[in-house]
Design a protein around this ligand. Structure first.
Ligand code: ATP
Length: 243
């Protein structure tokens, strides 16, 4: 069995009186692709924010390959090997696609500069389906293409762990198929992935394992098929009245 890459121990995040993440623990092993799922407002994005360092936990601890990362600033977490995409895309609109991706390479564990960063960024844009669009200003791109740029930028950091926050949301059926294959390929290359996703077909197809949150609490953690058939999980999604 592969080694533990990320371990989340009793992570808690309170916003005033609201406990968005309530003493959640789970581990992800090297090479795994797990789904972090749950109904709206269940704490998934907050969990990603804790892992990426965008937020510090109120209590608890997060370790990457055995080293504590919780409480570190985002740049240091990025440098340690965690990259992410955002639910609402965050690209640098005044820059071109390739400039955005090259900006990601600066945060790589092995920083790349100049022509090497440029070549790598071009290769990554090709991978996400944007070959020939390197010099397009991001502000002139569609939302979906901006998502592609953001994924390429995350990959440019050469992360050990990639966090995808609803990266497949909003894709049409043919784009979804391409997106699913892309995520699968990225994982098969050895990159560990945690994906927050509402597209259940993608979860079923891609994720060996799922962690399920509801109202800040982890309610299930196991093989995707078993978890999605768990009555507690179904109840959480449908609400008590419909379960
Ligand atoms: N910065 C913040 N300040 C106050 N409350 C917050 C903040 N961020 C999140 N919350 C609250 O924490 C709870 C969990 O939100 P979060 O965005 O983590 O859920 P989610 O599972 O990602 O939801 P969705 O699937 O809708 O994106 C929600 O009640 C949300 O309103």
């Amino acid at each position: 069995m592969s080694a533990t890459l990320i371990s989340v121990s009793q992570a808690r995040k309170a916003f005033g009186g609201l406990i968005a993440v309530n003493d959640v623990s789970f581990e992800v092993r090297e090479g795994e692709l797990i789904g972090l799922i749950g109904p709206n407002g269940s704490g998934k994005t907050t969990m990603l924010n804790l892992i990426s360092g965008a937020l510090g936990p109120t209590s608890g601890e997060i370790k990457l390959a055995g080293c504590r990362i919780s409480g570190l600033p985002t740049e240091m977490v990025a440098r340690a090997g965690i990259a992410r995409t955002f639910q609402l895309v965050r690209v640098l609109p005044s820059m071109t696609a390739i400039e955005n991706v090259m900006a990601g390479a600066v945060f790589a564990r092995n920083r790349l500069w100049g022509p090497r960063a440029h070549d790598f960024a071009r290769e990554l844009l090709g991978r996400v389906g944007l070959m020939g669009r390197e010099n397009s200003p991001v502000s002139a791109m569609t939302y979906i293409d901006q998502k592609r740029v953001e994924l390429a930028r995350a990959l440019a950091a050469d992360p050990q762990l990639l966090l995808l926050d609803e990266w497949l949301a909003g894709l049409n059926p043919s784009e979804l198929l391409i997106g699913i294959n892309l995520v699968r390929d990225i994982n098969r290359e050895g990159r560990t992935i945690i994906m927050v996703e509402h597209v259940m077909d993608a979860i079923r197809t891609l994720c060996g394992r799922c962690v399920v949150m509801n109202s800040g609490v982890k309610i299930a953690d196991g093989a995707a098929a078993a978890v999605l058939a768990d009555p507690d999980v179904i109840r959480a999604y449908l609400g008590d009245d419909d379960a």
